[in-house]
Design a protein around this ligand. Structure first.
Ligand SMILES: Cc1ncc(COP(=O)(O)O)c(C=O)c1O
Length: 435
C-alpha cells in the first residue's frame, strides 16, 4: 500500500482491512497511556539516594538550621546551584518548593493583582484604567498548563506562530507595539513542549529587546524546563537571555524559570527563578505573605545529591540512557508505519525528531487530529486531547497530537504506537472516502 493513487474500490478495500485490524486490536482491551511527560519509575530510582542523604545534619552553609522557618530566597548553596544551572549569579536567583509551575502561577497572579513594583504597576489596575483586558502572547503549539494559568485568571491569550527557530518575532514585536496591555509571553526556549524547538540566538537576542517595546511591567516567562535534558551527543546551545537582557537594560523584563522535576523526583524536587535582584525583592515581599519559607531540607538534600553541574550532567546522561530507547521505538514505529506512505498523493502526517526534552509532536493531515485521538482512545490508547497544545484548546488546523513516551515501558510504547499508526491511516482513509 505504498505511494499509490487508489481508485475508490481499492480505497474501500483498504478501509475494510483497517477496520478489521482496528476491531481486532480494540478487542484486546489495551490500557496504554502516552499523555503526560512523566519520568518513569526507573528514572525516579536514579535519585533515591536523596532519601536519608543528610544523615541528621541540617546545617546550611550560612549556619542556619534547614529545619526551621525562614529563608524565603532559598538556602545559599541551593541558590548557587540554581545560578550555575540557569547561568547567572546566586544574588539573582530564588529557590523554592517542588513545582516551577507553582512559581509561574504565583508570578503571574502577583503581577496581575499586586504589581511588579507596587500596586500602581498591577496589570489589572492598568487594564481597569484603560477599560481593556490583560493579554499574553502564546507561541503555539505550546504547553497546555501555561495556557491554563492564563485562562483561569481571565488573561486573554493571543496565539503566535512557532517557526523552527522559535516564535515568529516579527509577529511578536508587531503585536507588542500595537497593544500596551500585552503583559507577558510564554516561552519554553529549549526542547520546547511540545515541538522540541530550540530558540536560535537571533530569536533570543530579539526577545531580550522586547522590554524596550513593551514597557517596564511586561514579563517574559522563560520556562527553561528542559535546559539539560538532551537526547543527542552534541546538544544545541541556547543563548543566555539573562546576559543579553542585562546588556540591553531589560533584565527586569525576564523571568527565567526551572526545576529539578525531571532531574530527581518529579513530585519532590526544587524549583528556581532567575531574574533581576529588584524583581526578586518585590516578589519575595508578596510570597512572604503566603509562606514563611520553602522546604529548605529538600533544598539541602538536593545540593548534597546534585553537588555541581558536572554531577548533575552525569545524572542527566543516565536519564538519557533510559529515555533514548523509548524515543527510538516511538520514532521507528512512525517511520516504519507512515514514513514513506501516501494516500492519493498526500502524506499521512509528519513529526518532530527532538534533540531533547520529553515530547514528539505529530501532525496529522489537516482536520484529523481529534478523530485520531478519539479512535486511539476507543482502542485503549490514551493521548493528550487534540487541541491542548493551543490556547483555549483551539488548534486551528486540528493537526497537532503530542506524544509522550517517557513513562510507559518499551513494549507498551511499541504497542501504543502500532495502534496510533493504524488509527492515523484509518482516519485518513475514511475521510478520503467521505465516511
Ligand atoms: C515546559 C514545562 N514547564 C513546567 C513543567 C512542570 O514543571 P514543575 O514540575 O517544576 O512544576 C513541565 C512539565 O511537564 C513542562 O513541560
Amino acid at each position: 500500500m505504498k505511494d499509490q493513487l487508489l481508485n475508490p474500490q481499492q480505497l474501500q478495500a483498504r478501509q475494510q482491512e483497517l477496520r478489521q485490524q482496528y476491531e481486532a486490536v480494540s478487542s484486546k482491551k489495551l490500557n496504554l497511556d502516552l499523555t503526560r511527560g512523566k519520568p518513569s519509575t526507573e528514572q525516579l530510582n536514579l535519585s533515591d539516594e536523596l532519601d536519608g542523604i543528610l544523615k541528621g545534619n541540617y546545617k546550611c552553609q550560612d549556619g542556619s538550621d534547614a529545619r526551621n522557618y525562614g529563608g524565603i530566597m532559598g538556602i545559599p548553596e541551593a541558590r548557587k546551584l540554581a545560578a550555575d544551572y540557569l547561568q547567572t549569579i546566586p544574588a539573582r536567583t530564588m529557590v523554592g518548593g517542588n513545582s516551577s509551575l507553582q512559581f509561574m502561577y504565583q508570578l503571574v497572579t502577583s503581577a496581575l493583582y499586586q504589581g511588579v513594583r507596587g500596586a500602581a504597576s498591577a496589570w489589572s489596575h492598568e487594564a481597569a484604567a484603560t477599560g481593556g483586558k490583560v493579554k499574553f502572547l502564546c507561541p503555539a503549539p505550546g504547553y497546555d498548563r501555561h495556557f491554563a494559568i492564563c485562562e483561569s485568571l481571565d488573561i486573554e491569550m493571543i496565539p503566535v506562530a512557532m517557526n523552527t527557530d522559535g516564535p515568529d518575532m516579527n509577529q511578536v514585536e508587531a503585536l507588542l507595539k500595537a497593544d500596551p496591555l500585552i503583559k507577558g509571553i510564554w516561552c519554553v526556549p529549549k526542547y520546547a513542549n511540545p515541538d522540541g524547538v530550540v530558540y536560535s540566538h537571533n530569536v533570543v537576542a530579539r526577545m531580550a529587546q522586547l522590554g524596550r517595546i513593551a514597557g517596564a511591567n511586561f514579563r517574559i516567562f522563560w520556562d527553561n524546563a528542559y535546559a539539560e535534558h538532551h537526547l543527542v551527543d552534541n546538544p544545541p546551545e541556547l543563548a543566555n537571555i539573562l546576559a543579553l537582557s542585562e546588556a540591553a537594560g531589560t533584565l527586569d523584563n525576564v523571568l527565567v524559570i526551572g526545576s529539578t522535576s525531571k532531574i530527581t523526583h518529579a513530585g519532590a524536587g526544587i524549583s528556581f527563578i532567575a531574574t533581576s535582584e529588584a524583581n526578586l525583592v518585590s516578589f519575595a515581599d508578596q510570597l512572604n505573605i503566603a509562606t514563611i519559607g520553602p522546604d529548605k531540607i529538600n533544598q539541602l538534600r538536593h545540593v548534597h545529591f546534585l553537588k555541581d553541574m558536572p554531577t548533575l550532567r552525569a545524572l542527566m546522561q543516565r536519564h538519557r540512557e533510559i529515555l533514548q530507547p523509548k524515543f527510538d521505538v516511538l520514532l521507528n514505529v512512525l517511520e516504519t508505519g507512515l514514513g514513506s506512505r501516501t494516500i492519493n498523493g498526500k502524506t499521512l502526517g509528519n513529526w518532530t525528531k527532538p534533540q531533547g526534552g520529553y515530547f514528539v509532536l505529530f501532525n496529522t493531515q489537516s482536520g484529523l487530529a481529534d478523530a485520531v485521538v478519539k479512535l486511539t482512545a476507543a482502542a485503549g490508547v490514551k493521548l493528550t486531547p487534540a487541541g491542548s497544545t493551543y490556547p483555549y484548546r483551539r488548534d486551528p488546523a486540528n493537526t497537532n497530537i503530542r506524544l509522550a513516551p517517557s513513562f510507559p515501558s518499551l513494549p507498551e510504547i511499541e504497542a501504543a504506537m502500532q495502534v496510533f499508526v493504524l488509527c492515523v491511516e484509518l482516519a485518513t482513509v475514511e475521510r478520503e472516502l467521505g465516511l
